[in-house]
Design a protein around this ligand. Structure first.
Ligand code: DGL
Length: 269
């Protein structure tokens, strides 16, 4: 494998379109960087699949992005980061790997308080990955986790401020809010879109940790440390690669990205 170079793109990947929240944060934080985004839209959702299946899919995606010559990999999918990180890192070799769980856990652990709520897909929450990473950094922290399986379809439906979503959020958050948390980690690609609603439900006193923003911040630090930050000598470009282009892909994708999607490439495995 060739050594990564600063002019190469960053590879960002997710189970579907949700990881575009990370691309959006990267574009804002690191506008000089080129990005290759891979969304496995033919096989989404991953959040309810088994560990073995997710590991196999993640390995396939990493191999694909490495063949595209990326200089860094960002695991934008919390579910993949929760259960397939070892597999991903082993295949990545000398290419640095960043993941949303590490980024979110770091921010949660350096907060003033130590009562942290974590919400995510059932696979992410059952893996206990956030709690393990937060405890490794802040052994005294108390972590209260809650799976919120209905949030992904509600966000994809565009019901970002809908009474059904509000009621669902109140129901899901009740047990973690009862623990008097001071921070809430949004441990899924889709949840940053629910931030205004979650802020209302959780109250101003609870700090919301957006793992897309924290991942972009961590990427900026790691690129500098590795001497891999783009210099701006070439214009930044973003390529979108997916395994299927379902109906409404454009609408949903642009909602996540916050701007129009460029050209989309479809690959057949
Ligand atoms: N991207 C997934 C995550 O962040 C959510 C969608 C899915 O279940 O695949 O956990």
């Amino acid at each position: 494998m060739n050594a990564p170079a600063s002019h190469c793109p960053i590879g960002v990947f997710d189970s579907g379109v949700g990881g575009l929240t990370v691309v959006r944060a990267l574009m804002e934080r690191l506008p000089l960087e080129s990005i290759v985004y891979f969304g496995d839209t033919a096989r989404v959702p991953y959040g309810v699949k088994s560990v073995a299946t997710i590991e196999q899919y993640a390995a396939q995606i990493v191999d694909f992005l490495l063949r595209r010559g990326v200089k860094m990999l960002i695991v934008a999918c919390n579910t993949m980061a929760a259960v397939a990180l070892k597999t991903i890192a082993a295949r990545a070799g000398n290419i640095p790997v960043i993941d949303v769980i590490e980024a979110g856990a770091r921010t949660a652990a350096d907060g003033q308080g130590g009562r942290i709520g974590v919400i995510g897909t059932p696979t992410t929450i059952n893996s206990n990955a956030y709690a393990r990473r937060i405890h490794a950094l802040a052994p005294g922290a108390r972590v209260y986790s809650q799976a919120c399986p209905l949030f992904v379809p509600l966000v994809e439906e565009g019901w970002l401020d809908h009474p059904v979503t509000r009621l669902t959020a109140q129901e899901y958050l009740r047990p973690v809010l009862a623990e008097d948390i001071d921070s809430l980690v949004l441990g899924c690609t889709h949840y940053p879109l629910l931030k205004p609603l979650l802020r209302d439900v959780a109250g101003e006193g609870v700090r919301l940790i957006d793992s897309a923003l924290t991942a972009a911040e961590l990427a900026a630090v790691r690129l500098q440390q590795a001497g891999l930050a783009a210099t701006g000598a070439e214009p930044a470009a973003c390529r979108y690669i997916v395994t299927d282009i379902p109906l409404r892909f454009q609408t949903i994708g642009e909602r996540f990205l916050g701007r129009s999607l460029g050209e989309i490439e479809r690959v057949d495995w």
